[in-house]
Design a protein around this ligand. Structure first.
Ligand code: GLU
Ligand code: ZN
Length: 315
């Protein structure tokens, strides 16, 4: 038998230069807001001579729409936004998330939680802590054991409980966003011990995104500002898992006439990529939102020419 020698580089030391990604959740086709993220991340990668990867974040299966991944791929290609390397699906990468969970367990950083949302809300109310509208509830640590212990691997795989990451005291995270500047968050007072696997067995976005960005050697994360408040959690997870922290750049959100973020929930309409002319019009809108100026328009330009001009104009 021939033993294969792994030539994989250490995933936490991205030595290959810029690697970016677009990581849509296939809950519907691209709309004006998601095109802005796709275009912004693509332009940043191209401007830096880097790679741009496409990853379908399809872990939350109840929210995923069958066929949406195909629509997204076709829309991106119709806009000339081709990706490098193979397309990945988070649903096919579960063993990576499980092994990260097992590592955290071995570090005594995990504990099971059986609190319902209502129970958490009641505890917070009794502590006089109010949750602003549209914000997630702080977790008050109800189920956290003292001291923390290693859970049986069996329990970790099978039980119908949520698994939370135990934060250290004074877990204050600071980072520089390439667009928004200095950011900081106190995870203890603003978030609390957060969930890595839900009680329905689904790995959370926080865990999966951190594991994938690290294993794919992502150096730059360009995404919508609605995800800004997740970044401190992700940086903390990168630290405990021994991963490199990428650069972050959060793009301005596209809001609807009510000031709400465009999303499937707000019934955002999908972009029209039926032909080159329509695709170019969608790209122009997205570029305008990104603050790109003096881009060519008109009948005679091709998408490839337009993208080249947009790459030059990208800051
Ligand atoms: N899948 C996430 C979303 O569609 C984006 C993840 C990320 O860019 O970190 O909102
Ligand atoms: Zn609990």
């Amino acid at each position: 038998m021939i033993l294969a020698v792994s030539t994989l580089k250490n995933p936490s030391s991205p030595a290959d230069g810029y690697r970016g990604r677009f990581a849509p959740s296939p809950t519907g086709p691209l709309h004006a807001g998601s095109l802005v993220t796709a275009l912004g991340s693509w332009l940043d990668a191209r401007k830096n001579g880097g790679k741009w990867l496409l990853r379908m974040e399809d872990l939350d299966t109840p929210r995923c729409v069958p066929g949406a991944d195909h629509q997204i791929r076709a829309q991106l290609l119709a806009c000339g936004l081709a990706w490098d390397e193979g397309l990945t699906y988070q649903s096919q990468r579960q063993e990576h998330y499980q092994s990260a969970l097992e590592r955290l367990n071995a570090l005594k950083l995990l504990y099971p939680c059986t609190c319902s949302r209502q129970a958490i809300a009641n505890t917070l109310a009794s502590l006089g802590i109010e949750t602003p509208r549209n914000q997630e509830m702080l977790y008050p640590g109800t189920c956290r054991p003292h001291p923390l212990e290693i859970n049986s691997p069996e329990l970790l795989r099978t039980s119908k409980v949520a698994w939370r990451l135990a934060l250290p005291q004074n877990c204050h995270i600071e980072f520089e966003d390439l667009a928004l500047g200095h950011q900081d968050q106190n995870l203890n007072t603003e978030v609390g011990d957060f969930v890595l696997r839900r009680n329905d067995g689904i790995f959370t976005y926080q865990l999966a995104v951190v594991v994938d960005d690290a294993l794919q050697g992502i150096t730059h994360i360009v995404r919508g500002a609605d995800l800004l408040s997740n970044t401190a959690r992700q940086i903390h997870l990168q630290k405990v898992l021994g991963y490199h922290t990428p650069q972050y750049l959060h793009l301005p959100l596209v809001l609807d006439e009510h000031g709400e973020k465009l999303s499937k929930q707000t019934l955002a309409t999908q972009i029209n990529t039926q032909d080159e002319k329509h695709s170019l019009a969608e790209l122009s809108n997205a570029a305008q939102h990104l603050g790109l100026k003096y881009l060519p328009d008109g009948e005679s330009i091709t998408i490839a020419e337009w993208l080249l001009a947009a790459t030059r104009a990208w800051r």
